[in-house]
Design a binder for this molecule. Structure first.
Ligand SMILES: [Mg+2]
Length: 260
């Protein structure tokens, strides 16, 4: 069982739930879907799903999923409801409710860039290419260290040769480039612009979620899930704790709506 919520968080959630209109924005992987080895096998836990479905029916409540995954991938693993906003590709793809139905992923990475990355992969056995609508990633996890370093250096060379318009991110076992630059903060700001809610809650578990916390204001609630340094004032342990917090908001909100 997760730790009980701190009294500070309970207070913040009560205040949030009583606001006129609220946006509940959530990262997906590691936030209400536990991390798994196969990203395609990632699913939100049942109590979180149920809470979100119930929250969706309440007046003045809107849900958004905010993820680094492409919308194409969110559709498969999150099975989002039509009423939800979807922010994919770290804030590049922003879909209002219903737009996902007819959404065609724009696969915009230039063919020559893909070919250059494929050449790097071919020269470094065991490395893998991930194609995203706005970028490419070279994965080196599990590859022998020296080979991995060579591959990563080769990928950097490709990106450098490509020029300034490419945004390059390096992580553990990954070199990623994108033809557009955006953050989860940009995505949340865009949803806020379209919806104009009284307050926003955002919960996430990773470094890129800090960009989301950074665009929140005093009336909003920022929650870091799990460990790690954060600018968020509140924390929850894991997906089950997130589900519990969602139910807490639901029950508060439902009691307000019924006038009790
Ligand atoms: Mg995450």
């Amino acid at each position: 069982m997760p730790e009980p919520m701190s009294s500070e968080l309970t207070e913040a959630l009560s205040a949030f739930a009583s606001k006129d209109t609220i946006l509940i924005a959530l990262d997906f992987d590691g936030t209400f879907a536990p991390l798994v080895d196969d990203p395609e096998a990632s699913r939100m836990i049942a109590p979180a799903r149920k809470a979100l479905e119930n929250l969706t029916t309440l007046p003045g409540v809107t849900i958004a999923i905010v993820t680094g995954r492409a919308i194409d991938s969110v559709k498969r693993v999150a099975e989002p409801l039509n009423e939800w906003f979807l922010v994919g590709s770290h804030g590049i793809e922003v879909l209002s409710p219903g737009e996902v139905t007819d959404y065609e992923t724009p696969w915009l990475v230039p063919g020559d860039l893909i070919k250059d990355f494929e050449a790097v992969i071919a020269a470094h056995p065991g490395t893998r290419l991930e194609q995203k609508p706005f970028g490419l990633a070279l994965h080196t996890r599990g590859v022998e260290e020296q080979l991995a370093r060579h591959a990563e250096a080769a990928a950097h060379e490709v990106c450098d040769a490509w020029g300034e318009e490419l945004v390059v991110r390096t992580g553990h076992g990954i070199v990623e480039c994108s033809i557009q630059d955006a953050t989860k903060g940009d995505g949340i700001a865009e949803v806020r612009r379209r919806l104009n809610p009284t307050a926003v809650l955002f919960a996430g578990d990773d470094r890129t979620d800090e960009d989301g916390f950074a665009v929140l204001g005093e009336q909003d609630v920022a929650i870091r899930v799990g460990g790690g340094e954060t600018i968020a004032p509140y924390r929850l342990d894991d997906a089950h704790a997130v589900a519990e917090a969602l139910w807490f908001i639901h029950d508060k909100r439902a009691s307000v709506d019924s006038g009790s």
